[in-house]
Design a protein around this ligand. Structure first.
Ligand code: ASP
Length: 294
């Protein structure tokens, strides 16, 4: 099978409080492309578990890039704290995730460590303690940009000047979550996903990213990664919905487009997916930086 790695940098358009710098779209896309290529290099270099190696390598690059809402640069909670969600899944049925993890540079690596335990999801204090026990040190990850977004969100909340889509604190300006999917020559698939969540959220909130079938899904027909409005993605089982369409015979692009179309307006969503012979990427209004390497 032809190896391929796809990456995304999050669905969701630019917001008023974080206006898009010139050339931002092409720079974000270039970063996603670089991560996809690094994923492909890791896939080729790995002697086993190639698709998993690929999605981890790609996710680390994007988590370390402060322009994306994952790892360093992730959004802050309304109380100013930073909590991170990340997950990994493979087509042989492995899944592991962390939620509300604090002050840890690469949540995706902590999810990888969870994969070696009897558990599939660790959250909050327990996840953070587990990360330290596993040798992941406490890291400072709050960027100026994240602080600016946080201040703007708090001001909107305090003034009551909420955007229409911020009803019930649902904010669609969560651009920058990251994810990767990979297909290896041995026919295996894997997916990684990592986020700082949305821009208006309470501490303890968990979105779709660390939820099996919502943010990620992998099986014999392929691997799928979601980005976008986490609460709705959980309710719609977004990644699994795309996967089911692929299992029923749709190619990856068709499956994604159908799910994006079915997603309730005005909430934004995006997916990347690889299948046995196809791959696809699409988002609401097609606003999602992405990369592909094969
Ligand atoms: N889905 C993520 C969440 O709701 C956000 C995103 O994809 O940008 O936490």
């Amino acid at each position: 099978m032809q190896p391929i790695v796809l990456t995304h940098g999050g669905a969701g358009g630019p917001s008023a409080d974080a206006p898009e710098p010139p050339n931002a779209r092409s720079e974000w896309a270039a970063a996603c492309q670089h991560a996809a290529q690094a994923g492909l290099a890791a896939l080729v270099a790995a002697s086993s578990d190639q698709s998993l190696a690929a999605v981890i390598a790609a996710a680390i690059i994007l988590e370390d890039d402060p322009r994306f809402n994952a790892g360093t640069g992730a959004n802050l909670r309304l109380d100013g704290s930073l909590e991170l969600d990340a997950s990994l899944a493979t087509s042989d049925g492995r899944f592991a995730a962390v939620a509300c993890l604090r002050a840890t540079k690469n949540p995706v690596l902590v999810a990888r460590a969870v994969m070696n335990t009897p558990h599939i999801l660790l959250c909050g204090e327990g996840a953070t303690r587990f990360a330290r026990q596993q040798g992941f040190p406490e890291a400072a990850m709050v960027t100026e940009k994240a602080l600016k977004r946080w201040k703007a969100a708090r001001e909107r909340l305090q003034s009551g000047n909420l955007r229409p889509y911020e009803e019930r604190w649902r904010d669609m300006q969560f651009h920058g979550t990251i994810g990767a999917v990979a297909r290896a020559p041995d026919g295996t698939f894997a997916v990684s996903c990592s986020t700082g969540g949305t821009s208006m959220m309470l501490p303890g909130r968990i979105g779709d990213t660390p939820i099996w079938g919502a943010g990620v899904f992998a099986g014999e027909h392929g691997a799928v990664c979601a980005t976008g409005h986490g609460e709705l993605c959980i309710k719609r089982m977004g990644a699994f919905s795309v996967y089911q369409r692929m299992a029923a015979g749709a190619d990856a692009q068709e499956a994604i487009e159908a799910e994006v179309k079915a997603f309730p307006h005005p909430f934004e969503v995006g997916f990347i997916a690889v299948g046995k012979t196809s791959h696809g990427m699409a988002a609401t209004d097609d606003y999602m930086p992405r990369g592909a390497a094969s």
